[in-house]
Design a protein. Sequence first.
Length: 377
Amino acid sequence: MIFKTAISHLHLPVVISCLVLLVACDDSDSSKSKLEEQKPKSPSITQKNAHDSDASSDKPKGFAELTKGLAALQAHEAQEPKAIEILKDAVKISPKQTAEWLVTLPPGLKKDACIETAFKLWASESPTDAAQFAKNHLKGVDYRLALASVIEGAADTSPKDAAALLAGESEPLMRGALIDSLITGAIDDNAAFLADWTSALPPGNDRDRAIGSLVNEWSTRQPVECEKWLTRVLSPEEKAEHGVTLITNWASIDPREARAWIDGQTDPELKNSASIALVESWAFVDPAGASQWAAKLQDPVMKKSALETIAAAWIVNDPNGAIEWASKLPDTGQQQSTLTAGFERLAGESQAALIYWIEKNPGHPAQIFAKNVLSEQ
């Protein structure tokens, strides 16, 4: 426990330097290496390693260069990202002993970052060993973070193995986080596996979580492929629930393609909810195009919602452009509701921005709506 207390007050590079010395230690005289000659070991660290029955039997080589790099970083007060790079090198040489060191760190963001980095990298080579270590040596938040990192790290190269690691966890919140990690890790190179795996899940919490996570990740990368799977596999209820996510992400990539998909939908609930999602994303990248499409909507309720949504999105990036557009809407009722929605969003983002617009545009016809919103703040 002396070792743990001692390192809790050190900066991350110094702590890793201690790790380097620790893993080079051995309780026999024959284990002394060139590392000893370059930098003397701390007696407390040597004693800790000699009496720790759980210490790894690995005999890593090549830590001398790491020590030199750490010494140089310490001299220049290295920032955490640089130390993380050194940690990666340590994991590549001896993942188990690196993990044993992580157990001793005090709670905090630095420990979280180290756990995430180390276990993700370890899992890319040996996910079972990494997961078993986490189960045997960690608990609480540390265990959850480590196992999620293991699954994410393994998912890129072996998504089937990563999915199998879910089997031992039954707590719903934990399973949900692990499902997210599986999908995040596998989506770039193994989307087809994820689609098949998710499709095979029975109705329930796991399926709902997997669908939501998969649609969210996949639609930001390959919205067309995601749409094909969503249309082919999901139930009408699932399609209506997750179609909004699909359209929101799709519209930010190719709004006209997303609009064409909406135009072909027959389910009124899906069409309405997806249309609002469409114009909100569309208005951020092409507000003029979104407003032209919304102006042609036949349903008056849908049209009102779409115009207000466009104004609220448009005004964040271009207040003058959004207000000029809304002020020219042919229907006075639409003008009022759309301008009000825009000014409310502007005030929500920055009341100072709303005041600034009022002061700079004293004779503007929209002043009345801007001042009404300001008076309600």
